[in-house]
Design a protein around this ligand. Structure first.
Ligand code: ADP
Length: 476
């Protein structure tokens, strides 16, 4: 099993803090150590100078000349003084010096006898001692050496205490940081656990109406609040998609059942009824055929609708909308059937879209205009350009739409007058297909209509380019 984010965060914090504590501890240790060495060196050098000043001046230093000198008052616990004569032999030392003589470094003593003051660290019976050799000069000659030694005991103790305190404090801080980040991460991630539980419950029950409790308005909240908000938005869109899909399936089955019942009824009637008059037979067959065709159209429309749904990829390319409508107009002229079909303008406007789908939009609007315009009426098509958008307009002088139907005509399966529409073979899907295509092209579709006085459908689509509209009035 993967380590939880919570534990991972706690471990990362603890690890980062450990590195910081380690670096900080080492730097502090080195700084204190250097400070202590400097301090020690200064104190031994100062004492050496004091002692040198207190010694009797003379060419020679001997045990006798030193007999009068008491150097003990200069010393303190851990501080030792020793005087060497001109040959490097010890002739006097302070009382506290347990090992009698300060451990000597021959090389340093020799250097001191040559007049060079030196520091060195010596080991005296397990105890480290810092020693300073100060040459005693008289008449330009080195007559002896003052050696001052200071035990490193205090110094080592201080450093040991410092290491201990750093290790203890650092360790505590690391454990505390780990625990605190574990607790904070736990609190912060609790809503994520809620989201997981809700998502699981929804997956099991398909209850898309469930929502997460939003602690704060997501936009103003933290990342988890925004996640909850996005999750709820996703649930809302899933719920609506799920509902509309169910409604659609129910509507589609309902719509298909009616023609199917007629077809089956007529076929059964034909099989059972012996000795039917040829005319009756013909009528029953015609009826069944008409319903079967209607069903075919309905299935075709359903297929188109499924294709226009977002899952289907659009074949985008620059489309000369004027040309598309002009071609369609020419193809449809044959079906005008006593109605005037006029192309008032076909501007050379290019849109970015799927040619077949855009053609279908024009076809739906043109079919409807012809379908709901009685013979003698007039249908006008035009493609224009306004405010950077292509405008397709299909207006008719037909039966128009009742005000109460107007807001619903783009809904799936909506037919303003069901009986009338069904006779004409309308499925109530044409306009919803058109709207869905237009919206996928980031356009809009509107209708204006007065009952009995015709309707006008206008589609606006974002245009890529447009030439000066070519005005073509064609009537047939
Ligand atoms: P249908 O297949 O029934 O035509 P549509 O979705 O294309 O389905 O249209 C929905 C309804 O809108 C139609 O049933 C009709 O009542 C009304 N309608 C659409 N276009 C027109 C029009 N040009 N004139 C009058 N009514 C129309």
């Amino acid at each position: 099993m993967a380590i939880s984010i919570r534990v991972r965060l706690a471990l990362v914090y603890a690890a980062v803090l450990s590195v910081i504590v380690l670096i900080f501890g080492v730097l502090l240790y080195v700084a204190v150590q250097q400070y202590l060495v400097r301090q020690t060196d200064e104190s031994v050098a100062r004492l050496a100078r004091h002692v040198a000043a207190a010694l009797p001046a003379g060419d020679q230093l001997s045990a006798e000349s030193m007999s009068m000198v008491d150097i003990d008052p200069f010393t303190s616990p851990g501080m030792h003084v020793q005087i060497l004569d001109g040959t490097g032999q010890p002739i006097l030392h302070s009382a506290g010096l347990s090992i009698r003589t300060l451990p000597a470094s021959d090389a340093d003593v020799r250097l001191a006898l040559l007049g060079v003051a030196t520091f060195y660290t010596a080991d005296a019976g397990g105890q480290r001692i810092r020693v300073y050799n100060l040459p005693l000069e008289h008449g330009g000659k080195t007559v002896g050496v003052v050696q001052v030694g200071k035990s490193y005991l205090d110094y080592d103790l201080t450093l040991a205490q410092l290491s201990q305190a750093t290790a203890l404090g650092g360790g505590l801080a690391i454990v505390l940081a780990g625990l605190i980040s574990w607790a904070v991460a736990g609190r912060a991630l609790r809503p994520v656990a809620d989201i997981t539980a809700t998502a699981r419950a929804i997956a099991l029950s398909q209850g898309f109406s469930r929502r997460l409790v939003e602690r704060r308005n997501g936009e103003r909240g933290d990342e988890v609040d925004r996640l909850a908000l996005a999750f709820n938005e996703m649930l809302a869109s899933l719920e609506s998609a799920y509902k509309s899909q169910r409604r659609f399936v129910a509507d589609a089955s309902h719509e298909l059942r009616a023609p199917l019942t007629t077809v089956v009824g007529n076929l059964e009637f034909l099989r059972k009824a012996d000795g039917l008059a040829p005319q009756e037979r013909e009528e029953a067959l015609d009826d069944a055929l008409a319903e079967a065709r209607r069903m075919g159209r309905l299935v075709g429309d359903l297929l188109s609708l499924a294709r226009t749904d977002a899952s289907q990829r659009l074949n985008m390319e620059p489309v000369a909308l004027g040309q598309v409508v002009r071609d369609l107009w020419e193809e449809t002229l044959l079906r005008a059937d006593g109605r005037q079909l006029v192309l008032t303008s076909a501007a050379e406007v290019t849109v970015w879209g799927d040619r077949d789908q855009l053609k279908q939009v024009a076809l739906v609007l043109m079919d409807n205009a012809l379908k709901y315009t009685p013979a003698g009426g007039r249908v006008e098509l035009s493609v224009g350009w306004a405010d950077g958008r292509a405008v397709l307009r299909v207006a008719d002088t037909g039966i128009g739409i009742e005000p109460e139907d107007l807001p619903h005509v783009f809904e799936r399966f909506y037919r303003a007058d069901k009986a009338r529409s069904r006779d004409d073979g309308g499925s109530g899907l044409g306009l919803s297909i058109a709207r869905s295509i237009v919206e996928r092209h980031h356009g809009t579709i509107e209708v204006q209509s007065t009952s009995g006085n015709g309707s006008a459908f206008t589609v606006h689509l974002p245009a890529l380019a447009a030439a000066v509209p070519e005005s073509t009035v064609a009537t047939r």
